[in-house]
Unconditional design. Structure first.
Length: 225
């Protein structure tokens, strides 16, 4: 009985390790494909801008959300991986116009570097904390989803009413919300509450959105100095 129990525990541990390895492997490939998507997208900036503000917004949302949904719908077969890669590539592709503007300005490029460093530090620290403590942060779910809805509402309002204070508040709340989601989703991974594709998508969005919230915060602060 004791041998059987030990074998069962070992099998569970191997399964858990495989889930973690697959998830972070997908996440790493996702970021590489996002970078590739940005490089490709930089070749099509004029065409993307020619769509106009609303045309660009609609096309980018349809493509990114569409590929993400298809990845989640097919997460238990090979198609899920293809759609996941298409999703991360498309995120980078549609970020290209913003990246082109940032890289054309020394000030914005410096802010970009600072936001990147802060994102790496926050993500690394929260991930380490979740793995070291092994706490279950599922209790944060309700608060985080409420905060996410608030951020989305403010973002939609911001499309029609450009206000620095609103943008600053949204970015501040957003940075806290997505930091919380990194803890929440890492905890889900540790406690095996999801599939590699599902959790990789969640962490990918957590980190990307945290970066842009920090970038916007730093940009506003720089403008107020």
């Amino acid at each position: 009985m004791e041998t059987s129990s030990l074998q069962q525990q070992k099998a569970i541990q191997i399964e858990k390790s495989n889930l973690i390895a697959k998830t972070y492997g997908l996440l790493s490939l996702g970021f590489l494909l996002m970078a590739l998507g940005t490089v490709v997208g930089l070749q099509f900036v004029p065409q993307l801008l020619s769509l106009g503000k609303w045309g660009f917004l609609i096309v980018s949302l349809v493509v990114t959300i569409g590929t993400m949904v298809l990845a989640l719908m097919n997460q238990k077969n090979a198609l899920g991986y293809l759609f996941f890669f298409a999703f991360t590539f498309s995120i980078g592709f549609f970020d290209a116009p913003a990246i082109a503007v940032i890289f054309s300005s020394a000030v914005l490029l410096e802010i970009f570097k600072q936001a990147f460093l802060l994102t790496a530090i926050i993500t690394g620290s929260l991930t380490a904390y979740a793995f070291i403590t092994k706490k279950d942060f599922s209790f944060l779910g309700g608060f985080l989803f409420t905060g996410l809805i608030l951020v989305v509402i403010m973002a939609v309002v911001g499309l029609f009413w450009h206000n620095t204070t609103l943008s600053f508040v949204m970015s501040g709340i957003g940075a806290l919300v997505f930091s919380g989601f990194i803890l929440y989703d890492t905890s889900r991974l540790i406690h095996e509450k999801g599939t590699p594709i599902e959790i990789a998508i969640a962490l990918f969005l957590d980190i990307i959105n945290l970066f842009w919230m920090l970038f916007n915060l730093l940009n506003i602060l720089k403008g107020e100095e």
